[in-house]
Design a protein around this ligand. Structure first.
Ligand code: SF4
Length: 742
């Protein structure tokens, strides 16, 4: 059994990551002479008070950050038409005025000299000419019509990181007649979603603020930062909560937590099963909750008898005594105790066994009786916004062709709505189940976020039409026929959204600096040119006003504060749902899941080993987030680039010594699908069977001059896989070898 020699205290002294964060705060502290402080006054419930007034031509615009998807409230300070500072909006119901480094650095994205300034048309390998919007629409629209006529509407795929305009993207696809809207989910959270949908009928969140005992299986709240969650977990720990992190690597959260358990990668499910073994055997679970709210307890109890802490020790590298102790501590803290459902982490989508592991964690949470309890899990229904169909014109007919990836079909019933974007290159190249000839990409850079970037590029070259909508010439844009520049989040309105009982608005702080458009105008222009313009005869303001109608407010009124708290009675249950507390087949929390069984899986969670096994010099590649960057979108931002210009390959001290690698050496990392070069970071803070690299680096677009060729992209190394039940990309099932090259 491997146990690290490195204590967290020693690692913190080394200052590798905390140092970078500290630099962040000083770098981002921008003196703004002459600006008044934003002193209170932003009422969440009324329209009376504006954000702090500032002198002369200066103003403060309340809006929403888009440096990641968390949508923290911001105040953009504008002087003489220029954004000079971004602060957190103290009235924001989520982040309460706190921003992370990325949020504070947003104006460097607005003023990035490398950003797209007009529509671009490809005129040769890596060469683009600026064109007008009219020309772009008048060339793309007829091409779409031509391809539709020749191959059917399903020949078009739309790939997105779904953001606020996602319903409009989906409407475009429905109007065109294609079922093929896909995106980010299988590379992030598909398995977690399938596991919790099957168990609870929805994906709960954690009441981070009030939790007393919190286990993070690979979740790195201080790396993949969502500000609102960070401030809550920090408050919980201050109030005495215990934080336990399971991670093969000493992540930012592991460094800060009370306990880091350096688990063997891909074995978190075994750990969860053993916790349940102890909790059930010692009758530490919430029997009343289990009897009232769940089905399948007897089946679960019978199964987990097999999974003792001694059994799990051999699989996980965590001592049996530790597992037993954690189980008892966790149960003692219930119901203010929770295992994080996770996003990208161990149960998100990373391993072949992530659904089973996620199911084990979901059942463990149910044994704690924590659902709805203070400090437990929250399964809320969001505020119901108004129905915009009245202003949107005719409803598009439902597409009749099946999806190219089979998601939601007979073979993949649980992957409904999640899709399998990683299979797109294969289907394009094979022409199966039908020819795919056109692709629109928005807010996504699949060449650097999906497996096997070499294959993705090869597939893009087969397509007759590739259109990318983005703010910068990312890797995928670089291989597109047309690149349509979206206005940044500081230059545009977006559809409104609800956060708890509050409705929030993204609005422009400044007019667009260049010849860019907000996405809804790009979609309407494409629709008009492609012969489906009748579905887009409305403005965003009309759309937003329809969403706001039930609350008697308008976009114009919302602009003043950027957010308004509303009162709404709980929505009535859907017909047929009246007797169901949970949206599962039984209406209860399913410890034995009918949905999983119908899809061919074990109804109760079972141990399934990960797909690949590191042996000798073949090491498992794992990836994760860092606090200074969001996926592959922020690396060209001047401030964030200064904080972290490139990634490194974390490799264990003993493994590095065996391979003759020293800290800072240039190494070549090779997998079955590709190879990259990257600097080595030799450390004891990683499991010896694994190597780690932060994802999002290794930009291959020379148009992004600051980040071009800095660091390495894991996407070049990861083979295309499809995990059972969820269809997730299982990206940590990648074996690599490492050799020193410089
Ligand atoms: S977590 Fe950071 S980057 Fe994300 S929305 Fe909030 S401030 Fe912006």
């Amino acid at each position: 059994m491997w146990q690290p020699k490195l204590s967290r205290r020693r690692f913190l002294k080394a200052g590798a990551i905390t140092g970078a964060l500290a630099v962040g705060s000083s770098l981002l502290r921008q003196p703004v002479g002459g600006l008044a402080e934003a002193a209170g006054g932003v009422s969440g419930s009324g329209l009376a008070t504006l954000p702090a007034a500032v002198a002369g031509s200066e103003k403060v615009i309340p809006s929403l950050c888009e440096m990641c998807s968390a949508k923290c409230g911001i105040l953009a300070y504008v002087r003489e038409g220029r954004v000079v500072k971004i602060e957190g909006n103290p009235k924001d119901p989520q982040a309460a005025g706190k921003l992370c480094a990325r949020g504070s650095a947003g104006m460097k994205t607005l003023y990035d000299p490398d950003r797209l300034k007009s529509p671009m048309k490809r005129v040769g390998e890596g060469k683009f000419d600026p064109i007008s919007w009219d020309q772009a629409f008048q060339e793309i629209g007829p091409k779409l019509k031509e391809l539709k006529l020749q191959y059917g509407p399903q020949t078009l795929v739309w790939a997105a990181h779904p953001e606020l305009p996602a319903p409009l993207e989906q409407r475009f696809m429905a109007a065109f007649g294609s079922p093929n809207y896909t995106g980010h989910a299988p590379t992030c959270y598909s398995s977690r979603s399938v596991a919790y949908q099957a168990t609870y009928g929805g994906v709960p969140g954690v009441d981070y603020q009030n939790v007393r005992y919190y286990i993070a299986p690979g979740r790195n709240l201080l790396g993949g930062i969502k500000n609102p969650e960070v401030r809550k977990i920090v408050a919980a720990r201050k109030a005495g909560a215990k934080i336990v992190v399971l991670d093969p690597r000493m992540s930012e959260l592991a460094m800060w937590a009370d306990e880091w358990l350096p688990i063997r990668p891909g074995t978190d499910g075994a750990f969860m099963l053993a916790l349940m073994h102890v909790i059930i055997k010692e009758k530490l679970y919430d029997a009343e909750f289990v009897a009232a709210k769940t089905v399948g307890f007897d089946q679960l109890a019978a199964k987990v008898q097999e999974y003792s802490p001694e059994w799990a020790e051999k699989i996980t590298d965590i001592p049996a005594a530790t597992i037993t102790r954690i189980a008892r501590e966790l149960a003692q803290a219930r119901p203010a105790a929770a295992v994080d459902p996770c996003w990208h982490a161990a149960f998100g989508s990373q391993y072949y066994n992530s659904v089973q592991g996620g199911r084990a964690a979901a059942c463990l949470n149910a044994l704690l009786g924590n659902l709805g309890a203070k400090g437990g899990l929250i399964l809320g229904s969001p505020l119901k916004l108004g129905d915009p169909t009245g202003v949107m014109g005719p409803e598009p007919p439902k597409p009749t062709a099946p999806r190219w990836d089979g998601a939601g079909g007979k073979e993949w019933p649980l992957a409904k709505g999640l899709g399998m974007i990683q299979t797109l290159p294969l289907r394009i190249l094979e022409g199966k189940p039908y020819p795919i000839k056109a692709l629109i990409v928005s807010h996504l850079n699949p060449i650097r976020s999906c497996p096997d970037s070499g294959k993705f590029i090869q597939a893009l070259k087969q397509l007759e039409l590739v259109v990318t909508i983005d703010i910068q010439m990312n890797d995928t844009a670089y291989h597109s026929h047309y690149v349509l520049p979206e206005s940044t989040y500081l230059e545009r309105f977006d559809p409104v959204m609800a956060v708890g009982p509050t409705i929030v608005l993204r609005q422009p702080a400044v007019a667009p600096l260049f010849n860019t458009k907000p996405e809804e105008e790009i979609i309407a222009g494409l629709a008009q040119a492609a012969g489906i313009g009748q579905y887009f005869n409305f403005t965003l303001e009309q759309y937003n006003n329809a969403l706001l109608a039930p609350f008697g407010i308008t976009q114009e009124q919302l602009k003043a504060q950027g957010q308004i708290k509303v009162n709404q009675k709980p929505t009535a249950p859907e017909p047929g749902e009246e007797s169901k507390e949970f949206k599962t087949p039984s209406g209860k929390i399913e410890l034995a899941s009918q949905a999983i069984a119908s899809a061919g899986g074990s109804p109760v969670p079972v141990w399934e080993p990960p797909l690949v096994k590191p042996q000798g010099d073949k090491l498992r590649l794992i990836q994760g987030h860092v606090p200074m960057h969001t996926h592959n979108t922020t690396q060209n931002n001047a401030y964030l680039h200064a904080l972290m210009p490139e990634n490194e390959l974390w490799i264990h001290t003993q493994v590095a010594a065996r391979l003759g690698i020293r800290d800072g050496d240039l190494v070549e990392v090779t997998s079955e699908v590709g190879k990259v070069r990257i600097k080595a970071k030799v450390t004891e803070a990683i499991h010896p069977e694994a190597v780690f690299m932060a994802h999002g680096f290794g930009c291959s677009s020379p148009y992004l001059t600051r980040t071009y060729n800095r660091g390495a992209s894991g996407a070049a190394l990861i083979p295309i896989l499809v995990a059972p039940l969820s269809g997730a990309a299982a990206q940590c099932e990648t074996l690599v070898t490492v050799r020193k090259v410089g």
